[in-house]
Design a protein around this ligand. Structure first.
Ligand code: APR
Length: 256
């Protein structure tokens, strides 16, 4: 099973929606979380990625986030991001639902991007609610290890979803709506271990759609996939785009 079969499935099963995870950004030099070399192999998520940890010791959490924010801001979109943007332009991909906070789908040109775990686009003051854009946070981090609110001096919190926090309601509602309407949910680079996002493919399947997975290594929903390709996101998606250029999607059933 390869890229050509996936391209045919995408054309047959419209609308198609992508669900991406950290595996789509590793080829941009950003480590994922659960690979053997992933972030959670080196940092305890409860100590550095939970809202309790942030409230208890925001400076300690920023000791993890300061280098991470700088690295994410320096990273460039890779073939996988660029190809998903091309599939949207070709009219065969309706949206990208992403668990990633790195802004790389938007920077690659994707227009309909649903960031279900927030992003590094801004940080917010827990004290007064002031929202500070990434560029200003990076400026604050040139002089300090943790960015203080310009208005009240409290340490800012990145606008990303920490463990123990609710997901942004508008984003997760939109993601479930897209998953229910999708005839194909294309998972790229996610182990599908974290809920509620890992429940999206089951919504697609329950509504009569299919699941396709492009991922290096196993995922929690391998046995539910109509098609699974174990390989590099960038290479596989480049092969899909190659196969789709010049093809037009079949009109979705309801449009007939
Ligand atoms: N091509 C394809 N797959 C890849 C690639 C690649 N270049 N690089 C890594 N992968 C695979 C890994 O093998 C792994 O199965 O991508 C998957 C990434 O899974 P995770 O590291 O669990 O990342 P993700 O699914 O995005 O995690 C979900 O967990 O910690 C939280 O908030 C964090 O959004 C994150 C959430």
């Amino acid at each position: 099973m390869g890229a050509r079969e996936l391209a045919e499935l995408i054309l047959e099963r419209q609308p198609c929606v992508a669900l991406t995870g950290a595996g789509v950004s590793t080829e941009s030099g950003i480590p994922d979380f659960r690979s053997p070399t992933g972030i959670w192999a080196r940092f305890d998520p409860l100590e550095y990625g939970s809202i309790e940890a942030f409230r208890a010791d925001p400076r300690k959490v920023w000791s993890f986030y300061k280098p991470r924010v700088a690295m994410l801001a320096e990273a460039e979109p890779n073939q996988a991001h660029l190809t998903l943007a091309e599939l949207e332009q070709l009219g065969v991909l309706e949206a990208v639902v992403t668990q990633n906070i790195d802004l790389l789908h938007e920077r690659a040109g994707s227009r309909e991007v649903v960031e279900v775990h927030g992003s590094i686009r801004s940080s917010t003051c827990p004290g007064c609610g002031e929202r500070v854009a990434l560029a200003d946070v990076l400026e604050l981090l040139r002089e300090a290890d943790a960015p203080a609110c310009p208005d009240c001096g409290e340490i800012l919190k990145p606008d990303v979803v920490f463990f123990g926090e609710l997901l942004p309601p508008s984003a997760i509602d939109r993601a479930f709506e897209l998953a229910r309407r999708a005839r194909l949910l294309l998972v790229v680079g996610s182990a599908l271990e974290v809920h509620p996002v890992a429940g999206l493919p089951l919504e697609t399947i329950a509504a009569g759609g299919d699941l396709a997975i492009v991922n290096r290594g196993p995922t929690a929903l391998n046995d539910r996939a109509a098609l699974r390709i174990d390989g590099s996101a960038g290479e596989v998606l480049a092969g899909v785009a190659e196969a789709l250029r010049g093809e037009q999607p079949q009109q979705p059933e309801h449009a007939r």
